[in-house]
Design a binder for this molecule. Sequence first.
Ligand SMILES: [Zn+2]
Length: 164
Amino acid sequence: MEVIQSFTIDHTHLKPGIYVSRIDRGFTTFDLRITEPNREPAVAPAAMHSLEHLMATWFRNSEAKADVVYVGPMGCLTGMYVIMTGDYSVERMRGLTMQCLEWVLEQKAVPATTPETCGNYLLHDLPMCQWESRRYLARLRDDFHSEYTKLQVTLEDGKVFADA
Ligand SMILES: [Zn+2]
């Protein structure tokens, strides 16, 4: 089995921000990194679940809705993946995500939280979702990161190999 691309990122130096995880067949996978992996607490499952419902709702109603393929949380609970078709820069995604988070902060309820519309409808936490959203929004505005640090491997001959 080959090591997949996202496992070659050095997660010990990954700052909250927005990154291009991969581009394939016209689809761009954006890494919306909300917390600093392995250094800060990850987003709590219930808060992440609410953020998924809210972000998916916003993106699928936004000016970019025709290009939204997928919105969903990372298994490590440190960020969200958004997959887009078309030509989207990190800066454009930054603008969209900031608009989305401002909308999340105004919400009084999480959409689609009934047994009919959600697979785990009791696993929601709007206050913590909004706490995470407020902090992420401030980071996107004031302390933005968008360049991955690749994992460096020192080879037997002493040369340093960096995946790029
Ligand atoms: Zn759900």
